[in-house]
Design a protein around this ligand. Structure first.
Ligand code: AMP
Ligand code: FE
Ligand code: FE
Ligand code: ZN
Length: 286
């Protein structure tokens, strides 16, 4: 059965996406989507605007977030779906993450300036008002101001994990992320599990451990998966009794090869996936 597609992993200008929440609703409408989850990095600031913009349409908005975590030195991402947008404790936690990012970003800008690039922290902020600033935003700034020829150069020369201007930042554990998401009423999904360069055994070990700590699901449908990946992730979810989610990880022109709802052209996330998540949410009384 064909149902209208959905997209449960979307970024706006509240983090490193290039479309505002309002513009995303218009794009989602053009793409024929019936639901989108706004999942900005460490931010739920765009939810209210998205809900408002969607109120004139049939599009359902799922309030979400994407938290960066550290698992034995490997960065992994946790998606929270159905976060309460007015949860004060959760918002306070996000503000704390924002302060950690701020000091790390200031340090990175200093290093970039030492490399002779024309950037100041004030100018970076001015180019990204009201936004959680990630390396994605810094890369964009460097391209737009002629410091590097393109995004991939920004990452390969300056911003990548092994590069001269990269500054790590302390991150929470995946288990802490799950707890925070649950406390804010949400369900926790390990984002893009195949992007962590883990073999199936280590991934299964991680997911088994996280399931014990309350993990609700994994992102089994994703833009950049190779043929077979989706089937393998669905099988793993079934074996571990985990829910699945799916999305494009749309960032607008910050990831120009990914389109909302369809990823690289062949992504399809059916509404049934959301129905199962909603049923689980009801059962969990969150
Ligand atoms: P941060 O959380 O500040 O470390 O930045 C992470 C964000 O930067 C990710 O969500 C991506 O949007 C972007 N990013 C990180 N590494 C790369 C890369 N090698 N190429 C392109 N974008 C990247
Ligand atoms: Fe990003
Ligand atoms: Fe991510
Ligand atoms: Zn993302």
């Amino acid at each position: 059965m064909y149902t209208k597609p959905i997209d449960l992993h979307v970024h706006s200008t509240c983090s490193d996406g290039t479309y505002t929440p309002t513009e995303l609703i218009s794009l989602a409408s053009d793409a024929g989507l019936s639901a989108i989850a706004l999942t900005d990095h460490d931010s739920i600031a765009g939810i209210q605007e998205a809900v408002q913009a969607a109120s004139h349409t049939d599009i359902e908005i799922i309030p979400g977030v994407e938290l960066s975590c550290d698992y034995d030195g490997q960065e992994v991402h946790m998606l929270g779906l159905y976060i309460r947008p007015d949860d004060e404790e959760f918002s306070a936690k996000l503000e704390e993450f924002g302060r950690v990012r701020e000091s790390r970003n200031k340090h990175m800008v200093e290093l970039l300036a030492e490399e002779g690039l024309d950037i100041t922290y004030e100018k970076l902020i001015a180019a990204n008002p009201d936004s959680v600033i990630t390396r994605g935003n810094i890369a964009r700034y460097l391209v737009e101001n002629g410091c590097v020829k393109d995004r991939s150069t920004a990452f390969s020369k300056y911003l990548g994990d092994d590069c001269c201007c990269f500054v790590p930042r302390p991150k929470i554990s995946p288990t802490e992320a799950i707890t925070l998401i649950h406390q804010a009423g949400g369900l926790a999904f390990l984002a893009h599990p195949l992007l962590y360069h883990m073999n199936l055994e280590s991934l299964t070990e991680l997911l088994t451990k996280l399931k014990t700590n309350g993990l609700d699901g994994l992102e089994a449908v994703y833009s950049t998966y190779q043929p077979g990946d989706e089937r393998n992730m669905k099988k793993l979810a079934e074996e571990l009794d985990l829910l699945i989610s799916g999305g494009s990880d749309f960032h607008g022109s910050n990831k120009p090869h990914i389109r909302l709802g369809v990823g690289m052209g062949w992504l399809y996330v059916p509404y049934e996936i959301l129905t199962r998540i909603q049923d689980a949410k009801t059962q969990a009384k969150r």
